[in-house]
Structure formats: structure tokens, C-alpha cells
Ligand binder design. Structure first.
Ligand code: SF4
Length: 418
């Protein structure tokens, strides 16, 4: 099920995606009970953050839906949301306030989700699909900042652990478990992996990341295994070279907030135990030196600080060669900011357009976005596509919308009726 859409329709679907992410989607337990999570439908695994609008433990939830154009939208549950998924005569529909918008399907379960590691752990609790070519691993499902009362105010990693770790069987991962899972995922076409997770006590991440890289290299036989290391700013910046030497292709250090005072308030731990905000910026500069322009990424939680200061930060970092990406803030259940509201969908759409302009202006390409960020099918991917900068991986392409110009659709219709 997939229909060709025009450039204009694709823009409309980007806006729809933005609204759905902003406002959430409701699905009833009755509709969920019709989904085949054993064989076909990919279920949400809360291995790191719970990205729903509210905590929901009653049933499994799907990871994402597809519109009839093949456009993939992350599923973020909210009771009473204006959007819902309805089921009728064996088909599913996305409905907004009673009006059907599109027939939908559910994003498919990766094959490796049904396998276990050699020590008997479900692989779906180890690595999770980002898109059809990337997986992500949260090696630790907790953050040591909690013990100091310094967790980032928007973050729910520790609340997610207390609500879902036992329910879904999620724990810390060993390098061997990660390596076996990624090797299995590669058999079906996944080719990139991001290793991330909360801070560990005494900031001993680097030793762990090196062990993971070695285990993956042993399991896959690949020196360059498509790895991105997502790390906090180290106090000794020389450590950054060790990630490169270990075989990671890219690195990411998420600053989250640009404004200095907002950073202190919203990310007190990142500020106090990592050498302060300037050290985060210095770390990103050093990462560009070691990994090269376009191989370094920094995510921002957009919607907490003013748009103007965030754009200042995006401008500064993209000029340095950092793929600086604002992400949609869903005030997460269990975080200190639970119950707050994110800005409007229009606010985000404008921000994304401006952020994309900065990426392009500074020579950061679609391939750079692909290499450094653990996203696929994001609004930025589509902005690049709309400007003619396409990726070529067939699995990646099969997961996306293909748009054609209005004239082409008209010509095809004429041909059919002739
Ligand atoms: S450093 Fe901040 S964002 Fe990262 S896991 Fe810890 S609390 Fe969450």
C-alpha cells in the first residue's frame, strides 16, 4: 500500500507529522488487541526514554504508523488526543476529530527482534530500529546524574527505567550482547549503529565504548562497522581520539540547550560535572578536528529556550561543521517538565526550515546527516530530498515517501485514460 504524492502533498504530510508529534495519538486497547506484535508489528521498547505523551503500561504500543503514501510517523500515545487510530473491516485509519485522514499500516517488526543472544536475552531489549538501516543501543538504561539530583529537567531516563525495566526485561547491556545483536541485525540490512546511554558513575564511558567496538569488530569482521558513539563532554578532551582509534566512524555530543543560563538550569549535571558549557563546545570543536566536518552531531531539545538563542547556537555549530539538529520536545512523562506544553507545530516547522537552511549554507549534506545522526526519515531528510539531495541505500529508500511533480501525475493519469 503506497501511492505517489506530489511535492505539495509531501509538504502537507511534513506539517501533519509535526502536528501529530505535538499532540499525540490515541489508540484503544481493543484496536491494539488486533495487532500482531509477534510476527508483523514493531512494538515500542522503552530501552532509554519513554517518548509517549503519557505513561501507558496497559498493553503494547506500536512504534510508528505509515500513511498511505508510505510516510512514517512516530507513534506517541496520548489519551484524548485529537488524532486516533481506528479499525474497520480489517483496515486501519488515522482519524482526526472524526474525519479519516489516511488509511495506515504499522511499521514492521525487524526480524532480529525475535532472536535471543547466546546468554538468552531478547535482542529487542538490546538494540532498537531507528529506520530500515540503523539501530540504536542504550547500553545503560539509567543516568548517574540522578544520584546527585542533577538530571536534565526534560529527561525521563530514570523514570522510564523504574516504570518499564521489569515490564519489558530491560537492563544494562554487555559488549557481547550488543555485538551479537548488531551482527544479527546486519544480516537483514541494518548497517549503522549508535551507542548511547545515561552517564555512568565516574564517567567511565570510554573503556566501555572501546570494549563494545572490539566485540562488534570480532562478531562482524568489520573494522569500520558504521558506529556512532554518543558521549558526554569528557573533562580530558584527548579522550575523543580514543573513540576514533576504537573504530567509531562518527561521534555525537548532545548539548541540548544553547543559552548559557537555560543550560545551567535545564541541564545542571551536564553543566556542573562536565567542565561547564564551554567545555561542551570545546568538546564539539575537538570532535570536528578528530572526526572531520559532518561526522559530528549535536541534538537540541527545542522548545524550552527561545528560538532566537537556539538558532544562534545552530548557526555557530554548523559553521564549525557540526550537524546540529533541533528535536521536537515532547514533555516526557516522569521528567521534571512533565505536564508542560511544547510550542505550536508552526513554531517547530519554522525552526526546522531555518535549521535546515543553516545546514545547507554550511555545506552539511544529506549524507552528513545520515552519517552522524541516529534519525532516518526525519523532516530534515525530506528537506534534503525536496532539494534534490538524495541518499541511495535501497532499504532506506523503501522506507520513505517518493514524491513526483504535479505534471508527472497528470501525465500518468492522461496516459491511463488514453
Ligand atoms: S545526561 Fe541528561 S539527557 Fe542524558 S541521560 Fe542523563 S539526565 Fe538524561
Amino acid at each position: 500500500m503506497s501511492r505517489a504524492i506530489t511535492r505539495e502533498e509531501l509538504y502537507q504530510q511534513l506539517e501533519l507529522d509535526n502536528r501529530i508529534t505535538n499532540e499525540g495519538v490515541y489508540i484503544s486497547p481493543e484496536v491494539v488487541s488486533t495487532l500482531d506484535f509477534d510476527n508483523h508489528v514493531q512494538e515500542q521498547m522503552r530501552t532509554c526514554f519513554d517518548m509517549n505523551h503519557e505513561t501507558y503500561t496497559q498493553t503494547k504500543l506500536p512504534t510508528a504508523i505509515r500513511l498511505d503514501s508510505n510516510y512514517r510517523i512516530r507513534f506517541s500515545y496520548k489519551n484524548g488526543a485529537p488524532f486516533s487510530i481506528e479499525h474497520e473491516n480489517g483496515k486501519y485509519y488515522l482519524v482526526e476529530k472524526g474525519n479519516a485522514i489516511s488509511e495506515v499500516t504499522f511499521v514492521e517488526k525487524p526480524k532480529f527482534y525475535n532472536f535471543k543472544t547466546s546468554d538468552g536475552i531478547d535482542m529487542k531489549t538490546i538494540a532498537n530500529e531507528v529506520g530500515k538501516t540503523k539501530v540504536t543501543v542504550a547500553y545503560s538504561n539509567e543516568c548517574a546524574l540522578k544520584d546527585k539530583g542533577l538530571d536534565c529537567r526534560f529527561c525521563n531516563i530514570n523514570a522510564t527505567k523504574s516504570r518499564f525495566a521489569d515490564l519489558q526485561g530491560i537492563a544494562w547491556k554487555t559488549p557481547i550482547q550488543i555485538a551479537e545483536t548488531y551482527a544479527k541485525a546486519r544480516e537483514e540490512g541494518y548497517e549503522a549503529i549508535t551507542i548511547t546511554g545515561g552517564f555512568v558513575p565516574e564517567r567511565r564511558e570510554v573503556e566501555y565504548y572501546i570494549d563494545v567496538a572490539e566485540a562488534i569488530q570480532d562478531a562482524t569482521g568489520l573494522e569500520d562497522f558504521g558506529g556512532t558513539a554518543c558521549v558526554g563532554a569528557p573533562s580530558d578532551l584527548a579522550v575523543i581520539e580514543k573513540y576514533k582509534e576504537a573504530g567509531y566512524r562518527a561521534i555525537s555530543t548532545n548539548l541540548e540547550i544553547w543559552d548559557e543560563n537555560f543550560f545551567k538550569t535545564i541541564c545542571p549535571g551536564k553543566d556542573q560535572i562536565c567542565g561547564g558549557r564551554q567545555n561542551w563546545i570545546n568538546a564539539l570543536k575537538k570532535e570536528v578536528e578528530v572526526f572531520g566536518r559532518g561526522n559530528v552531531r549535536s541534538f537540541f531539545v527545542a522548545g524550552i529556550e527561545p528560538k532566537s538563542t537556539l538558532l544562534d547556537g545552530l548557526e555557530y555549530l554548523t559553521e564549525l561543521g557540526v550537524v546540529a539538529i533541533p528535536l521536537h520536545w515532547t514533555p516526557n512523562p516522569g521528567s521534571d517538565l512533565e505536564g508542560h506544553r511544547a510550542p505550536s507545530p508552526e513554531w517547530y516547522y519554522d525552526l526546522y526550515q531555518k535549521a535546515y537552511t543553516l545546514l545547507r549554507k554550511n555545506g552539511l549534506t544529506h549524507q552528513d546527516l545520515y552519517n552522524s545522526a541516529n534519525v532516518e526519515n526525519s523532516i530534515f531528510d525530506y528537506f534534503y530530498d525536496l532539494d534534490g539531495d538524495h541518499l541511495t541505500n535501497p532499504r532506506h529508500e523503501a522506507d520513505r515517501v517518493h514524491f513526483v511533480e504535479e505534471e508527472q501525475i497528470k501525465a500518468e493519469k492522461t496516459e491511463k485514460t488514453a
